[in-house]
Write a protein that binds this ligand. Sequence first.
Ligand SMILES: NC(=O)c1ccc[n+]([C@@H]2O[C@H](COP(=O)([O-])OP(=O)(O)OC[C@H]3O[C@@H](n4cnc5c(N)ncnc54)[C@H](OP(=O)(O)O)[C@@H]3O)[C@@H](O)[C@H]2O)c1
Length: 226
Amino acid sequence: MDGFACEVVTRPTSAFTLAPKSWTHAEAATITTAGLTAWRALIDDGNIKAGDTIVTLGTGGVSIAALQIGKMMGANVIITSSSDEKLERAKALGADHLINYKKHPQWAEQVMEITEGKGADHIIELGGPGTLEESANAIKVGGQISLIGVLTGFEGALPTAQLLFKQVRLQGLLVGNRDQQQAYIKALETNEVHPVIDNTFNFEALAEAFEYQLNGSHFGKIVTVW
Ligand SMILES: NC(=O)c1ccc[n+]([C@@H]2O[C@H](COP(=O)([O-])OP(=O)(O)OC[C@H]3O[C@@H](n4cnc5c(N)ncnc54)[C@H](OP(=O)(O)O)[C@@H]3O)[C@@H](O)[C@H]2O)c1
């Protein structure tokens, strides 16, 4: 898309924030999309509290940022992955409960067990149509599902009855604003949390970076550096 992967970008100063102190450029690059979207979903729109249970899907950039934010705020974090090895890595970052969604395609049952039948307060929904039904099964009555990702595509049926009867707040969102980014950066600095970068590629190898992302072996962020 025009405007991405440029060598030089000119924008008004109001389009920028300071990066967290002492972070590398590669680390700072993880903030503006993956991290900020997770922050806005959980903090500004989700208003999560210590003790809330959040579910985040997979172990890519957004999900690992959501895990870190959830733990900063004292939430119980349930994370899903197709890989037990990745789940162990998520546990080392503080994840409280681990679900392998390949072994448990109906992972909402695990969420219900973990939450003693109540359901999760908040779900970071990254799969889209292919996972929304399980998310609707896993959310509590009155809970919030942040529809951020479309890893399974754009088209699909809505779990209308579950959303209605559970009085779910289903919110689509696109990244966040400058104030939210500044608040996120402050929280990262205060809590001394750094992003998880799986791999970095030279700018010339941008296509390889996308191929690497497509093969799905990464954990956290993939970054290109100039
Ligand atoms: N709305 C916004 O503003 C916004 C902002 C950022 C990203 N996004 C979108 O959010 C999604 C995630 O972005 P990302 O950067 O985190 O992607 P990513 O780093 O490529 O994450 C991919 C990971 O998601 C997991 N995954 C894939 N299919 C899954 C499924 N069916 N169920 C559960 N987990 C699944 C896999 O984790 P495991 O290998 O652990 O299974 C995979 O490694 C993308 O669709 C992206 O376009 C939206």
